[in-house]
Design a protein around this ligand. Structure first.
Ligand SMILES: NC(=O)c1ccc[n+]([C@@H]2O[C@H](COP(=O)([O-])OP(=O)(O)OC[C@H]3O[C@@H](n4cnc5c(N)ncnc54)[C@H](OP(=O)(O)O)[C@@H]3O)[C@@H](O)[C@H]2O)c1
Length: 313
């Protein structure tokens, strides 16, 4: 028997239980993965809290890294032929907080040895979100972007992908995380009262002609207000301020949107390449035993995790 975290109904973390489950054998177009590390994202608990009753019981966890234990008939993964024993990462799957999962092969890629297991388990949700944010705002080489929440998981991925693309980045973070922003190529500014002027000053000090686009990974009114003061509305994107986006016609993107899914699926091999070549790191804050997922989720929900969290079966 495998074990898997399953949410019984919409609600807080206490609706999750660690349950014994039968892992179905893989059919055509499916593979079974022995999970070595499960990634954690705010979406894991947000989608339980805000989910539709009809979608429950719902297994939790959108990404993993692990070892192939079975391959369905006539089945290849994104990166080609696959066999038992291959090391892989998988995203966007459901039920990744588990010891073993059977998942669609179209969501599985080989894991290059250069990418650690815990990092691989946390690479693709944040990485593909960051890539899409840069894509939809049209950030180009030589331009400057403002990244709200630059020390967070999506934020550090934006910073690194911007650096690869030759895009300057100014990133908001708490003082304690300014070094994180610098390490990944951004210019740190502290959020809070006076943010707009600090951003203008940071750009001017470097001879950059203002800010061209704003990427909000936080969702506060401050992030949206400062962005609107600095850039044209069509060059602002948020992944968290959905109510304001709806009310004010600001672009918001999410993994549930078909256009976002298509882009994010397409970009996965490129993100693996960037990580393999050392251009895209996944800073890890902590690991927890899989059985302690609720403790790990409570830590992540604290808003300042300082890196990704991996659950280890
Ligand atoms: N729509 C989508 O497709 C999508 C995809 C991925 C994530 N998200 C959402 O995007 C957000 C970020 O995700 P994540 O995985 O990057 O989270 P994370 O790793 O937990 O990072 C959260 C960041 O928020 C910063 N922060 C906390 N309070 C702040 C405030 N008042 N003002 C400015 N920054 C503040 C923290 O910075 P300091 O610690 O330096 O203060 C931290 O870096 C979450 O809301 C998540 O649900 C959406």
């Amino acid at each position: 028997m495998a074990q898997q975290w399953i949410a019984s109904r919409p609600g807080d973390l206490d609706v999750l239980s660690f349950t014994e489950v039968d892992t179905p054998p893989p059919g055509p177009g499916e593979v079974t993965i022995a999970v070595r590390a499960a990634g954690m994202n705010p979406a894991d608990y947000k989608h339980v809290a805000g989910g539709e009753v009809a979608d429950f019981p719902k297994p939790v966890g959108y990404e993993v890294a692990g070892t192939i234990t079975a391959v369905g008939p006539d089945t290849e993964i994104v990166t080609g032929a696959v066999a038992e024993g291959d090391e892989v990462l998988a995203f966007r799957i459901t039920g990744g907080w588990a010891t073993e999962v059977t998942v669609p092969a179209k969501d599985v890629l080989h894991r290059p040895a250069e990418i650690g297991v815990e990092q691989a388990a946390n690479l693709l949700l944040a990485g593909s979100t960051a890539a899409e944010m840069l894509h939809v705002t049209g950030a180009r080489s030589g331009e400057t972007v403002l990244v709200h929440g630059a020390s967070g998981a999506v934020g550090v991925s934006v910073l690194q992908q911007a650096r690869v693309a030759g895009v300057h980045a100014i990133g908001t973070a708490s003082e304690a995380n300014h070094d994180v922003v610098r390490r990944y190529g951004g210019v740190p500014v502290t959020y809070g009262e006076g943010l707009e002027q600090r951003v203008r000053d940071a750009a001017a000090e470097r001879g950059w002609a203002g800010v061209d686009a704003a990427l909000d990974c936080v969702g506060t009114d401050e992030a949206i207000d400062v962005s609107l003061a600095l850039v044209a509305k069509e060059r602002l994107v948020t992944i968290a301020a959905f109510a304001r986006a709806e009310a004010e016609g600001i672009r918001a993107i999410a993994g549930r949107m078909p256009a976002s899914q298509a882009y994010r699926d397409r970009i996965r091999p490129e993100l693996v390449r960037l990580a393999r070549e050392g251009h895209l790191e996944v800073p890890l804050a902590r690991t927890y035993p899989l059985a302690d997922a609720l403790e790990a989720a409570a830590f992540l929900r604290g808003q300042h995790p300082g890196g990704k969290i991996a659950l280890l079966p």
